[in-house]
Write a protein that binds this ligand. Structure first.
Ligand code: GLC
Ligand code: CA
Length: 556
């Protein structure tokens, strides 16, 4: 397997609005990022991925882009971005931009031009269609958006509908139009020429819609998705982007791909015709829900292990995994798969469990200090289009306000969007004024400053863990094998590389449980590289594993 840089790298995701406010307006920005570059580097990070920084009316907090070649005034300007880019490079860190080209904002000039009529050259940048039915008053098909009711929005002046599979403010681009593909390449070149190192490509498997836009199988949301997820020309268009851009640049591309299994991932990320370096999978994020976070169920360890192992085995030697537990689209992981009661233990265990696997670690802002879900006392304190859309849906199905509030507090992606907790001063040191979104009230206990001082903190554990990974190539390139897949308490796997073996042991139980080492492993002969409890058991082969205990042994 070729040793490309991204395989050894650790990627840190910044969701800029909530990272750090540098100019005192309550909104995170690039000045704030600049101040924290040394902090990010100190974690053992090699690459920063920025969620969208572009001008945007924020109907989907930056994922509705009004200008792909500029920086939002909320965050700074191009000159400041360049400073951050140079600052990252000087510290040996690369930078990825978010490439959101399934859709633009309705405020993008292409869309504004497209509104001028069929003869306008930008009209065919989008999916404008006549209505159906005798009076033409029915939408062109039965598709539903993922975010906001129907997937078609009517425009009176044109007497046509435009397609938006996400929010109304996010009209889908018509990637079948070669001019649109040239625009995408021009955006890529713009940032790469500036020195950016690659892209995270937003919902990239949605970019090709089935010809004729046929009706879809009826679902409560996202009806029609089978006609655009991994659509007919998706691989072809991505090949075009890859070929036309890669020949001039050494750039890295990770694609976000909801509803994609490991077999699909290979099609896009393996072999000579690969179009992406990695895919952001969703399978392992569904161990406490059904398809989407909102349809929550109790956490099921076996379901999680099965998903991780499936991707580990299938991609082994052929492609590469993106290892993540959090991002801006999911609630906080300790609140989901760990335990708020065993906050520190489970926070460290979850990181060990995930990042000792084969793949590139992605760490989301605040995850490294174990930030937890937030608890708001009314739905109108939320900010996200998805939360409000779900509210409508749940109410339609008869759920009460109080029940929906509970569901939103548990499952909303806004849990990951509260300001980063830097210290225990007012507003958690995020800003000098009241932030755009509520600070989690636990900031006095959970914050960076406190954890910097504490040798035993989650923060310092992340540093140590990422260092262990970097210093032992077995965790980067080794083969993976799971033990005890039927266990409801433990997740145990081994890694093997160049004659060495490592064993990763993680307990998901909230009480002490008896553990027996897998056959062929004598733990007394192993070197304990890292553990989340201070004292290792004297007789580790059959021992009591404490709540959320994690241990990593190396056998040379
Ligand atoms: C991706 C983004 C998410 C956004 C959606 C629409 O899933 O990660 O935040 O809302 O695409 O762009
Ligand atoms: Ca600001």
């Amino acid at each position: 397997m070729k040793n490309e840089w991204y395989k050894e790298a650790v990627i840190y995701q910044i969701w800029p609005r909530s990272f750090k406010d540098g100019n005192g307006d309550g909104i995170g920005d690039l000045q704030g990022v600049l101040e924290k570059l040394d902090y990010i580097k100190s974690l053992g990070v090699d690459c920063i991925w920025f969620s969208p920084l572009y001008p945007s009316p924020n109907c989907d907090y930056g994922y509705d882009i009004a200008d792909y070649k500029d920086i939002s005034p909320d965050y700074g300007d191009l000159a400041l971005f360049k400073q951050v880019l140079d600052g990252a490079h000087e510290r040996g860190m690369k930078v990825l931009m978010d490439l959101v080209v399934n859709h633009t904002s309705t405020e993008h000039k292409w869309f504004q031009e497209s509104l001028k009529g069929k003869d306008n050259p930008y009209h065919d940048y989008y999916f404008w269609r006549k209505g159906k039915g005798k009076d033409g008053k029915k939408p062109p098909n039965n598709w539903l958006s993922t975010f906001e009711g129907g997937a078609w929005e009517y425009n009176k002046d044109l007497d046509e509908y435009y397609l938006h599979v996400f929010a109304k403010g996010q009209p889908d681009l018509n990637m079948d139009n070669p001019k649109v593909r040239e625009e995408v390449k021009s955006i890529m070149r713009f940032w790469l020429d500036m020195g950016v190192d690659g892209f995270r490509e937003d919902v990239i498997t949605f970019i090709s819609k089935k010809e004729g836009l046929p009706d879809g199988f009826p679902l409560p949301i996202a009806t029609g998705v089978e006609h655009y997820n991994k659509g007919p020309h998706c691989h072809e268009y991505l090949t075009e982007f890859r070929k036309d851009i890669m020949k001039d640049y050494d750039c890295f591309m990770v694609g976000e791909s909801p509803m994609t299994n490991s077999k699909d991932a290979l099609k896009y990320t393996a072999g000579d015709d690969k179009v992406l370096d990695m895919m952001i999978s969703f399978d392992h994020m569904q161990a406490d829900c059904f398809i989407t976070d909102t349809l929550c169920t109790p956490f099921n360890l076996k379901k999680m292990k099965k998903a991780f192992s499936d991707w580990q085995y299938k991609l082994n030697g052929r492609s590469w995994n993106a290892l993540y537990l959090e991002n801006h689209d999911h609630p906080r992981i300790i609140s989901r798969y760990g335990s708020e009661k065993f906050w520190k233990e489970s926070g460290k265990m979850l990181a060990t469990m995930c990042y000792m696997q084969c793949g590139t670690p992605f760490v989301y802002q605040g995850q490294e200090i174990g930030m937890l879900n937030n608890h708001l006392d009314s739905v109108d304190k939320f900010k996200d289009v998805v939360t409000f859309n779900n509210e409508k849906l749940f109410k339609k199905f008869g759920f009460s306000d109080a029940t929906y509030l509970k569901i939103a507090n548990r499952t909303s992606r806004e849990n990951a969007r509260t300001p980063v907790q830097w210290d225990k001063s007012k507003y958690a040191g995020f800003s000098s004024v009241e932030p755009w979104f509520s600070v989690n009230p636990n900031y006095k206990e959970i914050n960076v400053k406190q954890q910097e001082k504490d040798k035993d903190s989650i923060l310092n554990y992340y540093r140590k863990l990422l260092k262990v990974r970097k210093e032992n190539k077995i965790f980067i390139y080794g083969d993976y094998k799971e033990h005890f897949p039927e266990s409801n308490d433990f997740y145990v796997y081994e890694r093997t590389y160049e004659g060495k073996r490592a064993l990763v042991i993680c307990s998901f139980a909230d009480e002490t449980k008896t553990f027996r080492a897998p056959a062929g492993f004598d733990l007394t002969k192993g070197k304990l590289l890292i553990s989340n409890y201070k004292d290792a058991p004297a007789k580790p082969n059959i021992c009591a594993l404490r709540p959320y205990e994690a241990r990593v042994y190396l056998f040379a």
